[in-house]
Every structure is written in C-alpha cells, then in structure tokens.
Design a protein around this ligand. Structure first.
Ligand SMILES: C[S@@+](CC[C@H](N)C(=O)[O-])C[C@H]1O[C@@H](n2cnc3c(N)ncnc32)[C@H](O)[C@@H]1O
Length: 376
C-alpha cells in the first residue's frame, strides 16, 4: 500500500538478506549495532546479547495475557523480556531468518524456563503467521535492514488484531541517505536508517493510525543516525456499518446522502468505545470501485483515520475483484495523490462509473476525480 519508497542504492533484496544473515551469524557472541543502545537502561535483562537500538518493550507497555510478536528477534533479548512482562497467560513469538540467532534464543528460553515464548524461522516480509493473531508487534533494529519496508509494515498490520499496537525501535537518519551502498554499514543498521517522515507516511499507508516517531535527540547533525521508536495502532474497522448510523457524520462533512447504488455498497467504520468515529463506503460498478462518504468526526481528526479507511477500502477492493478505485472530491484533492491516487479527467472515467447515480448528479460538478489501481 505504499506511495513513496526509500531509495536503496543498487541492491538485490535476496542478496542483502544473505549479507545480513552472515553478518549476524558472525557477531552472535559479541552483540553489536545501532547508535543508541548505550543510553537505554534495562532492568532484569536476560543473559543474551542485544543487537538493538532502543527499548521497544518500554514503548509497548505490555499487559499480562497479551500476545506479542517480535520482528527479527535475534538472540531473544526483547522477546524474553516481553515473555516475563506478559506472564504465562500471554505468549510471545519471535521471528528471525538467521538460524544461529534462533538457536541462541531457544536455548535462552529453555534456561529461563519460559514456555510461552517460541522462536520461529521466517522473514519479516512474509510472516509465517495467520492474520490477526497478536496484540502487539515490537521490533528492535531490524526493519531498517529490509529492502521492502512497506511490505514489512503490511505484514505487521496483517498479523495484528484490530486495536493492536506497533512499536518499532529502529535507526533513523537526519538528512539525505548515502548514494552508494556500503554493505557493512547496511548490515550494521546505519545505511538503511529511516527518514522519520517517510517511515511514518509508510505506516499510515499500511493502515496504521496515531502514528508518530519519537523526536530526534538534540544536537543531531545532517547525516547522523539515531535510535527512536515508531508508534502506531491498527484501528478497529467494522464491516457493514449501518447506513443510518453514519448519516450524521456524513451530513456534518457536507457530503451527499442521496444517490446510492444500494445493492452494490460496502461500508466500513472505525468505532472506539462504542462510538462511530469515521466512515467510508465503496460502491462497486463492474470491476471499478467508487469511494463515497469518507467522513471523520471532528474530535477524531488528525489521527489518520481517513487515510486508514481509504487504505482499508483499497486493500479490500482486491479481495472484491476490483481493478481500480476512484474517489471524487472537492475537499481533499491534495491528500488523495499522497495516498497513491492520480488525478484523471471526469470524462475519462469508465462508462460503468459515469453511469452511476453519483456521477449522474449526486456529486457536485466541481468535484475532481482521482484513481488508484488495485494490486491483486
Ligand atoms: C540488529 S539484529 C537485532 C536483533 C534483536 N532484535 C535485538 O535487538 O537484539 C537484526 C536481526 O534481524 C534479523 N533479520 C534481519 N532482516 C530480517 C528479515 N528480513 N527477516 C527476518 N529476520 C531478519 C537478523 O537475522 C538479526 O537477528
């Protein structure tokens, strides 16, 4: 679901992964990496090396009984602490692609007698887990090592239950990325460090809300890297919101309530503590989708709910067999291009859409049209 991509100087993803695997196998007994482990104080740290660059667990504030997923769990430093924190009624899954790391982590879990933590071989771009199975996703100094950050975020989103938390501790860069790939610097979590604004935008495009990155420490200069945590939440999105329930939000946003093609509509909403905070609808016309009635309650604006609902509708459109999704707007023509849509002339829209009640009059003539292809 990404619109913008991090530039990676000429590199093949599988090749980079191989280099990362070798790098960490060679450093298993020494620990390494990241610019900021030194200023984090850990209480009751397990006796395994840390390769991290911050403390995702502190940011996650685990509750007993929760299920936690650690992306790139290494020798188990954060996963084992998470297992202590959630207790035996909870569970922790560490995923890592380096066999030597997995072996070290499993041995430590056994030494500590922790039976509710397991370490699974796999990649964070293709998690060996079912949908919506964890409450919290953490990661420590790993996502920057991936050549496909949007895919990692999409997988984290898939694995999380609605309402679940994402806490990625990682390396960030202030200023421009290097133009030439230095493999050792990549493996040491320096060269692939995130640009905070881009990483946050990618998380929003993947459907997360309340996204923020901890501020950079003072005194950072152009080209420096630093450790920080990206925070986000997977919103609880309801399917089949009753049309009358969203009417108040839609009217307050100045959007038309008439002109629905009622037989072909799917509606989603974000509800918190029983209150509907945002809605969107998708009308199906042949293999084209038409977004309608995107509205967010005033008190919930600025959290990324509209972006998350659009991302959800685009994602769901693939499962509905749609080829593309169109949005007509007078109010957010600046946002849709940032969310991966491109503007098209209204008379260039497919006949199935132009024949719809929305385009036949419900929508003002001044509304501009934006289209996004649906990845299948
Ligand atoms: C810098 S270490 C961090 C380990 C651990 N999170 C910690 O803080 O100690 C990076 C770890 O991520 C794993 N890793 C890197 N890229 C990965 C990927 N694409 N899929 C799965 N694991 C990956 C490596 O094998 C290594 O164990």
């Amino acid at each position: 679901m990404s619109e913008a991509a991090r530039t990676i100087p000429a590199a093949d993803a599988a090749d980079l992964r191989g280099a990362v695997r070798d790098f960490y196998t060679a450093r298993l007994n020494t620990g390494c990496c990241g610019p900021s482990t030194s200023n984090v104080v850990f209480e009751a740290a397990p006796d395994v090396p840390s390769f991290g660059c911050g403390d995702p667990n502190a940011a996650a504030a685990f509750r007993p009984g929760e299920t936690v997923l650690d992306l790139g769990s290494g020798a188990g430093f954060d996963a084992l602490r998470a297992a202590e924190a959630v207790g035996p009624t909870g569970a922790v899954i560490g995923v890592d692609m380096t066999p030597a790391m997995l072996e070290a982590a499993r041995a430590a879990a056994e030494r500590l007698g922790l039976q509710h933590v397991r370490f699974v071989e796999g990649t964070i771009e293709d998690l060996p887990l079912e949908d919506a199975c964890v409450d919290v996703v953490i990661s420590n100094c790993v996502v920057n090592l991936s050549a496909d950050v949007p895919r990692v975020l999409a997988e984290a989103h898939r694995a999380l239950r609605p309402g679940g938390r994402l806490r990625i501790s990682d390396t960030f860069r202030f200023g421009a990325a290097p133009e030439v790939l230095d493999r050792d610097a990549w493996c040491a979590c320096e060269a692939g460090a995130h640009e905070a604004t881009l990483f946050a935008a990618q998380a929003r495009s993947s459907g997360f809300v309340d996204v923020r990155v901890d501020p950079a420490p003072p005194g950072i200069a152009d080209g420096d890297t630093y450790g920080a945590v990206l925070h986000g939440t997977k919103p609880a999105i309801d399917v089949e919101v009753d049309p009358s329930e969203g009417a108040e939000l839609i009217e307050a946003a100045g959007l038309p309530l008439a002109g629905w093609d009622a037989a072909n509509v799917v509606r989603w909403g974000v509800r918190e503590a029983g209150v509907l905070l945002a809605v969107i609808a998708l009308e199906r016309h042949g293999d084209h989708g038409l977004l309608r009635s995107l509205a967010v309650a005033p008190e919930a604006r600025g959290r990324g709910l509209a972006h998350a609902l659009v991302a959800h509708a685009v994602h769901a459109s693939a499962a509905l067999g749609l080829h593309d999704v169109t949005g007509l707007t007078t109010t957010i023509p600046d946002l849709l291009p940032r969310w991966g849509f491109r503007e098209v002339a209204r008379d260039a829209l497919p006949p199935a859409l132009t024949a719809s009640p929305e385009l036949q009059g419900a929508c003002p003539a001044s509304a501009r049209a934006f289209v996004r292809a649906v990845a299948t």
